[in-house]
Each structure stands twice: as C-alpha cells, then as structure tokens.
Write a protein that binds this ligand. Sequence first.
Ligand code: PLP
Length: 356
Amino acid sequence: MTKPAHGGNLAWAATVAGCPVSAVLDFSASINPLGPPDSAIQAIQTNISRLRAYPDPSYQELKKALSLTHPPLTSEWVLPGNGAAELLTWAALDLSKLETIYLLTPAFSDYKRALKTFTANVVECPLTIGGSKLTQLQELHVEAQTNKGLLLNNPHNPTGMLMDLETIVPYLEQFSLVVVDEAFMDFLPLPQPQSLVPLVTKFSNLVILRSLTKFYSLPGLRLGYAISHPERLRKWQKWRDPWPVNSLAIAAAQAVLEDQVFQQQTWNWLADTRPQLFQDLAELPGLQPYPGAANFLLVHSQKSVDWLQTTLLKQHRILIRDCSSFPELGDRYFRVAVRTQEDNQKLVDALGQIFN
Ligand SMILES: Cc1ncc(COP(=O)(O)O)c(C=O)c1O
C-alpha cells in the first residue's frame, strides 16, 4: 500500500502497525477529539426519513442557519458545499481566470489539485518557517497588481500560524481576488478577531471558505460553506451539481451550529491541552514545536520523520502526519493534532522513549 499524502489514512497505518484500524491512535488528521457532538448524531437519527427526498437545492434553511452564525450577514452571502474542498474547486475556477495566482506555501495539497484542474498559473510564495514568518508575504505586497489572485489559509495548515487582519487587508485592496481558507478558524473562541468574515460586504473580491468537518468532527459527512458576494455564489450554484449537500448533513449542521455547549467545551479543552502538549514536546531533546493557533502543532525533528512515523506506528500504534508531502518542509517536520490529555500523554511518552 502506498503512503498517503493526506493525514488520517488509517488503513495504510494499520498495515504498517500490524493491527486493526481501530487500534491506531490517529494524530495525523486534525479533527476535534470531543466530537462528533451528540446533537449531530441525534439530528441524523431523527431525520433519517429525509433520505427519501432530494434536499432543497436552494438550501434555504441551511443558508439561514449558517448566516445566523455570522451576523449581520443574510442567507444570500453564504453557500453550503460538500466540504470546504468542494467550494475550493469553484474558487479555483474563478482564480484560474486571472493572470497569476499567488499561493502561500507550504499549502494544503488540495489547493494545488483545484488550481491544476483549471490550469491556473500559480506562483508559490514560501513562508519562512520559524524565522520572520511573514517576510515573503510582505514582499508580495509590493509586487501585486490587478488581474492577480491570492490564496491563503488562516490559521495556516500545517504551521498553525495565525495572520492578523491588518496583514491581509492590504491584499484585498491590491488583488483582483483573494480566497482565504478559514477551515480551522472555529477553533479560536468567538469573536475570532482575525476572521475576514466582517469584511466580506466591503470587498466583493473576497471569498472565505469555512468547514464544519474539523471542529465538529464530521469529516465523513462532508460539510463546508463559502462566504462571498451573492453574485459570485449564485454563479457557483449554477455551475455545480444541484445537490452537493445531503439531507443528513443539513440536519446535522443545523443542530451543531446551535450547540453552544459543545462549542464552549471545545474551546475549554483546547485552551488546556494545546499549551501542555506544546510544553511537553518542547522539553524532549531533538524536537521543536511551533506555536500554533489551531488544533494541531507543527514540530521540527532532528531525526528523519519518515523513520519516526514508521517507528511510532510499529512500536506504539501512533500515527503522526509526516510533512514530507509538503515539498517545502522535507523530512524533518511532522504535524500532530491536539487530542485528549490522555492521548497526548501517550504520544509524549512514545516520543520520549524514542528521543531520550
Ligand atoms: C486547510 C484545509 N482546508 C480545507 C480542508 C478540507 O475541509 P473539508 O473537510 O471541509 O472539505 C482541509 C482538510 O484537511 C484543510 O486542511
């Protein structure tokens, strides 16, 4: 079995570890360990009979529920999709019509998939990891002209870096189209001051992508949404198939968006566990974690990460995300999701045995 480029490929990991899939402790996919919330499961069970009908292709109810989480936006500013990944495809189609697309790297691999599909002309802008991280981005500022697009991710995967609003706003004035993937923004407690959502009514060249799969732990259900000018979203709706979001995803989304208890639990859990995991990793010789704003940490390793990943799987049935699939990072970086205190301790103990 070939090594997967994405995190979370448990079938591959189980083969390497020589154990059932259920026995692998997965730190590679950055999914909230507290979920899915009971509210989601209950909504799916209660609405199972909705499977007999097609979902409403205009997604009125779902759009309303999503827009209510971003006051004062109304439904027409939101478009639900089959995960942020589906909406990324349509954003990439809009981007590909521009002369050049600037892509902040290392980048989530699906950006390249989407941009390649429409043969976009991509210029990569590498982040300087660990140093003055935004140097490259500020240079961009000078180069940018009209008919150019920018694709960013905030908080950034895999570094966990969080850009301030003040850093991004100048690009909105310079680029013809700016797409900001905020798939991990929900892990920041409200009011999420770094989110660009409040600026969307001012900038018609802004697209924001959000995901419900990470925070609510529903990657198998597929649910994300785009926030942008209604005209752009109506155009995307015409391009795509009529029912990208299924009836059970609609029901679950409506339930979780109102689940303030789960939201607060998640913010509390992350506020406790992330600093602890960071500190424990920093204390291990040969490892250097980077401070991250989301529910994962990027870690530099003095040992080969390909070797480390295999060793952790074979000896401890623990799966980390080997970052060598991000070409800029090479074989010395890995990413781990923040999990429960107990799971994090297992990871730290296993790494301790290897590094001490
Ligand atoms: C940065 C980023 N954006 C978007 C996605 C995809 O999200 P969704 O499951 O909503 O398609 C991922 C998934 O790993 C991601 O890492």
